[in-house]
Ligand binder design. Structure first.
Ligand SMILES: Nc1ncnc2c1ncn2[C@@H]1O[C@H](COP(=O)(O)OP(=O)(O)OP(=O)(O)O)[C@@H](O)[C@H]1O
Ligand SMILES: [Mg+2]
Length: 365
């Protein structure tokens, strides 16, 4: 499946520092000058989920395999990017390919780190980026609508649908609003998504605060929180620099460090979980003596399609899913206990898988 979050923001706000911390690699160079990231860097991260460890312990599983999510470190965007300024359009194309945007905002004061606009104002920064994305959308809409003219004359149904959706997006964008405010019917949902408009991607604001403010936030992150709430978007508070330091420690050291900083959980875990929620993703589990494993599905996925995440044959030959809710699995101390307590259900093709379900698929090949 591979759900992708793009890390987006102005130059030098801490995107690569965050990406490095996330992927624990030095693949993305972090350095104190604008535009040090030229190619987008792609990294896979484990999605932290304490339930998986609990299941593995109960079932005595030899191996624990978390589910994963992809992050892409995208080069800094500047004012005028939609017109080719800075590193320009190429990076807008990178954003087109992601499922959601983690928008990093500089909320730390540090005279040694250059800010491209010469001041720390995350709300204004967010507007600069959003404006560029809106301009880029407008431009691509105009091009696409011009390209549809001939097909429209030929009464092509798909072209009519596309043009109608593009026109709706154009209208809100021309009024200075992102395309995500357009309300789309269920029957248009697929075509709408295929348009890949930048301002329809869900946004998570990442407030990158100074080391001392990681637990509390600061005035800048408060301002972002207010803006995000007004937009119906979410935000997380993180110090990318601390996260990078933590990512180099072993597990025990990291736990001690977090406690000293007054943090209950690494910021990265919070970020990954928030991204997972933003994408409307859920987790189901397969559990046995060999391995306990987490799998990602979209909210509302039916059992056969959930099986298809493991293997196409599971979906094609799907018969039923033996299902135990996570809480029942734990309360009954495993599969055998759940069976005896009558907590294992046989679910068919129409079953909507629930977050935390422990599943065992039966299928024909
Ligand atoms: N929370 C923080 N507090 C202080 N300094 C930070 C923090 N986060 C990042 N920095 C510093 O800011 C500088 C820029 O970071 P980084 O290279 O990650 O930015 P970037 O957004 O990837 O830039 P570019 O768009 O040029 O690729 C680095 O020197 C980094 O150490
Ligand atoms: Mg960078």
């Amino acid at each position: 499946m591979g759900f992708k979050m793009g890390i987006v923001g102005l130059p030098n706000v801490g995107k690569s520092t965050l990406f490095n911390a996330l992927t624990r690699t030095a693949a993305a160079q972090a350095a104190n000058f604008p535009f040090c990231t030229i190619e987008p860097n792609v990294g896979e991260v484990n999605v932290p989920d304490a339930r998986l460890d609990t299941l593995a312990e109960i079932a005595n599983s030899k191996q624990i395999i978390p589910t994963r999510m992809t992050f892409v470190d995208i080069a800094g965007l500047v004012k005028g990017a939609s017109k080719g300024e800075g590193l320009g359009n190429q990076f807008l194309a990178n954003i087109r390919e992601v499922d959601a945007i983690a928008h990093v905002l500089r909320c730390f004061e540090d005279g040694d780190v250059t800010h491209v606009e010469g001041r720390v104002d995350p709300v204004a920064d967010a507007e600069v980026i959003e404006t560029e994305l809106m301009l880029a959308d407008l431009e691509s809409i105009e091009k696409r609508r011009a390209g549809l003219v001939r097909k429209l004359k030929g009464n092509d149904k798909d072209a009519q649908q596309q043009d109608r959706l593009l026109a709706a997006a154009q209208e809100v964008l021309e009024n200075g609003q992102p395309a995500r405010v357009v309300e789309v019917d269920a029957e248009d949902a697929k075509a709408w998504k295929m348009l890949q408009l930048l301002t329809t991607k869900p946004v998570l604001y990442v407030c990158n605060v100074g080391e001392a403010e990681a637990a509390t936030g600061n005035a800048h992150s408060n301002a972002v929180a207010e803006m995000a709430a007004a937009q119906g978007n979410s935000h997380v508070i993180i110090s990318a620099q601390i996260e990078e330091e933590i990512s180099q420690l072993d597990e025990d050291e990291a736990a001690m460090f977090l406690e000293e900083m007054g943090l209950s959980e690494a910021g990265l875990s919070r970020l990954i979980k928030a991204g997972y929620e933003l994408l409307h993703l859920e987790t189901y589990f397969t559990v046995g003596p060999k391995e306990a494993r987490a799998w990602t599905i979209r909210t509302g996925t039916l059992a056969p399609q959930a099986a298809g995440v493991i293997h196409g044959d599971f979906e094609k030959g799907f018969i039923r899913a033996e299902t135990i809710a996570y809480d029942d699995f734990v309360a009954c101390n495993g599969e055998q206990g759940a069976k005896e307590a009558g907590k294992m259900r046989a679910e068919g093709k129409g079953y909507v898988v629930k977050d935390g379900d422990v599943l065992h698929f039966l299928f024909n090949t």
